[in-house]
Write a protein that binds this ligand. Structure first.
Ligand code: TXA
Ligand code: MG
Length: 319
């Protein structure tokens, strides 16, 4: 039986926290995408998340907390980390920091690394759950490993639903694209994954930021950044100015196609926030066997466009 509760239902977060306390798994909304949460201190529960999601054990999970004070118990925050957290939390920024000596997060959740990826989400339902639970919640995006992240409760696939104890339905996610992952374990902050906080916003507050070059580096710094990820079933054709009659076309702004079998526009006004918000939704809608492939209009590589292009490029890698 599928156990779904609207986040507006009285006592929803208590019920969810109770399940987490007993080692269960709860899918919950954040402002970015839905997460599949477990008590990060409970090895069995964390293992269940890896198993249910078919996630490789070398790929660590993000640890969610209610506030910066709880986060400070788990990782070492230097002055820069405190500043970054105060500026961007609660919000869609994940910080990679050294693990604190008395950190009680399961080593399995962190794939054995000496670092921890921490995030304080601002979505009210996520905040409610985290405050009620008052411990660390390990939560990857609530999709089978390698496929498109869910931005609505009904995007969570049946194969996951069957193995989840409770789904908190908080409606569509406000941003719709995952958090930015920022590594603060090095002298100069570097982006490991582009996401909902654009590079420009980080530069504005922090000065120079490095972008980690995953393809030219042999060290696996963010093990989750596998080349093929966010994959659609049908092939993607990127930077397509026009489409073929047998193709679906994912348009952006004025760049649209009359020939395509179907056209959906990420944002008619060319707004990158709107495009980020619709990306996973429209990819799901166009990913049908009746279309030979999905042609995607060029997306400007600035602001949120960087994260959009990152997801599209990885989804386009052939398996
Ligand atoms: O918006 C989000 O970040 C969502 C919501 C649910 O919070 N979560 C999410 O989790 O996207 P996931 O598991 O799909 O992606 C987590 C990313 C992966 O690329 C993983 O490798 C990286 O964070 N990561 C986790 N711990 C890390 C660490 N210690 N060092 C470097 N990268 C880490
Ligand atoms: Mg994911």
């Amino acid at each position: 039986m599928i156990n779904k509760l609207k986040t507006s239902t009285a006592g929803a977060s208590y019920k969810a926290a109770n399940i987490l306390n007993k080692g269960g798994i709860v899918a919950f909304p954040t402002e970015t995408v839905y997460g599949l949460g477990a008590d990060a201190r409970n090895e069995e529960a964390v293992l269940k998340v890896f198993r249910v999601k078919k996630r490789p054990s070398f790929n660590p999970l993000i640890i969610h907390l209610a506030d910066i004070e709880l986060a400070k118990r788990q990782a070492e925050f230097n002055a820069l980390a405190i500043y970054v957290a105060e500026v961007f939390w609660p919000g869609p920024l994940t910080l990679v920091l050294p693990r604190a000596s008395d950190c009680n997060v399961s080593r399995i959740a962190c794939a054995g690394l000496k670092t921890l990826a921490l995030r304080v989400p601002e979505n009210p339902a996520a905040q409610d759950l985290l405050t009620t639970f008052s411990g660390p919640i390990a939560a990857p995006s609530a999709n089978i490993s390698g496929s498109v992240s869910p931005t609505r409760a009904d995007h969570i696939s049946d194969s996951l639903l069957d193995k989840t104890d409770l789904i908190l339905d908080g409606g569509p996610c406000k941003i719709g694209l995952e958090s930015t992952v920022l590594d603060l374990t090095v002298d100069q902050p570097r982006i490991l994954r582009h996401g909902a906080i654009p590079l420009e916003s980080l530069i504005e507050k922090l000065g120079d930021i490095k972008e980690y070059n995953h393809s030219s580096n042999t060290e696996i710094k963010s093990p989750g950044l596998l080349r093929r990820h966010y994959a659609t079933n049908q092939p993607l054709r990127l930077n397509a100015i026009t489409a073929q009659p047998n193709e679906a076309y994912l348009a952006f702004g004025d760049c649209t196609s009359k020939n395509a079998a179907i056209v959906r526009n990420l944002s008619e006004s060319g707004d990158l926030s709107e495009a980020a918000n619709k990306l996973f939704l429209l990819l799901r809608e166009l990913d049908m066997p009746k279309y030979e492939s999905i042609a995607v209009a060029p997306i400007p590589n600035e602001g949120l466009g960087r994260a959009i292009n990152d997801r599209l490029e990885r989804a386009a890698v052939k398996s």
